[in-house]
Design a protein around this ligand. Structure first.
Ligand SMILES: Cc1ncc(COP(=O)(O)O)c(C=O)c1O
Length: 382
């Protein structure tokens, strides 16, 4: 069955209200290529809300990561530490520059990079530490930044899940030298495909603008700072259309409403499933007290891979689409070819085989959620 044919899909993108009005306004202004007023407004909103020095909209979260890799000036053979339990792009962006991903295991509670395993994997070739705030739960940034400072390594945050999440009161995306956001259809705030590079190290801003505009200083030209623009650096076409930015602005402006709705759904799942999970050895999301989550996804860690498969089938039989998540990158063909394992990765392997994500989107109705919950409570396939 196609994902869209389920009575209760895993995700369904929703409208926040002003999307079409803003898109029509972009058209009326006669500016639908990149870096129009809607891009500027999205970037200003992100800078203000997240307290970052600069936000640059990109065509995807993947492209924001690729820009981060370009900014690091990586050389073939350089190493970048990252979790194996993540999306392909977290690693691929660096492999594209000839670097070697070094896969480190995750913590069994938050499913984030295990900070206690990082130091043992640092070598003379290590150039960066990449963290992924899984489900928008902050990684242990205090320990990670301390280590990074000691070894003079930049930290890159893959914050694809974590927009508006906080760690010790500080917004995720504002810790690393660079951070990547995603506005893919599955994210809380979306324009279908899109992303942003967040820059906290001001020294990288000017070059980031070049890379994003095909290696040219066209951004400075548009601001009237130079009278012509030319090819100055490596680069690609990372600037999204202002039509997409218009759509995105409507969503960003409505983020409180979207987050309130998602919070309610998350808390309903958590409250209703707590007893059931305890009785059957099912892991629910773990959110440390010093982390504020953005209610991005709701996952279960089932006691066995067989129970995970049986539950996915039970949901499917009732027209409900649950899904698994990342397959370990260190076991993938490309991970084996280009990466190296920083030790054994038992938590990654176990979690990947047992994790299941429940339908979770702002438009999930109380009735729909109740059907999901009832299916879980009635599940017998342990
Ligand atoms: C952790 C993580 N990083 C990066 C990405 C890539 O984002 P995009 O789909 O916008 O390219 C994703 C995508 O979902 C992701 O989950």
């Amino acid at each position: 069955m196609k994902p869209t044919t389920y009575a209760i899909p895993f995700n369904r993108p929703g409208l926040a209200g002003r999307e079409f009005r803003y898109m029509a306004a972009a058209l009326r202004r006669g500016h639908i290529s990149g870096d129009g007023i809607f891009t500027a407004r999205c970037q200003a909103l992100l800078e203000r809300k997240l307290g970052v020095s600069k936000a640059l909209l990109t065509t995807s979260g993947t492209h924001a990561l690729e820009m981060a890799a370009l900014l690091l000036d990586l050389q073939p053979g350089d190493e970048v530490l990252l979790p194996s339990f993540t999306f392909v792009s977290t690693a691929n962006a660096f492999v594209l520059r000839g670097a070697r991903p070094v896969f480190v295991d995750i913590r069994p509670d938050t499913l984030n990079l295990d900070e206690s395993l990082i130091e043992a994997q640092l070598t003379a070739r290590t150039r960066a530490i990449v963290v992924v705030h899984y489900a928008g739960v902050g990684c242990e940034m205090e320990a990670i930044l301390k280590l990074a400072r000691r070894y003079r390594l930049p930290v890159i945050e893959d914050n694809a899940h974590g927009l508006f999440g906080k760690y010790r009161g500080q917004p995720l995306g504002s810790f690393g030298a660079l951070a990547a956001q995603s506005f893919h259809e599955t994210k809380n705030v979306t324009c279908g495909e899109g992303g942003a590079l967040l820059l906290n190290d001001r020294r990288l801003i000017a070059r980031a603008e070049l890379l994003r505009e095909k290696g040219t200083d066209r951004s400075r030209f548009f601001r009237g700072e130079v009278d012509k623009y030319t090819w100055r650096d490596l680069g690609s076409s990372y600037v999204p259309s202002d039509l997409l930015a218009a759509f995105l602005l409507a969503q960003l402006e409505a983020h409180r409403k979207i987050q309130r709705r998602r919070r309610h759904i998350w808390e309903t799942y958590f409250g209703r499933l707590r007893g059931w999970a305890g009785d059957h050895g099912v892991g629910l999301p773990v959110v440390p007290a010093h982390c504020a989550i953005p209610w991005h996804l709701f996952h279960l860690v089932m006691p066995t891979p067989a129970a995970r498969q049986a539950l996915l089938a039970a949901l499917r039989a009732r027209g409900i689409l649950g899904t698994f998540h990342y397959l370990p990158l260190h076991r993938s063909p490309m991970g084996r070819l280009h990466g190296r394992c920083g030790g054994r990765l038992p938590v990654t392997e176990q979690v990947s085989a047992r994790l299941l994500r429940l339908p979770f989107f702002a438009g999930l109705t109380p009735r729909g959620q109740e059907q999901v919950i009832k299916t879980l409570l009635a599940f017998k396939g342990w």
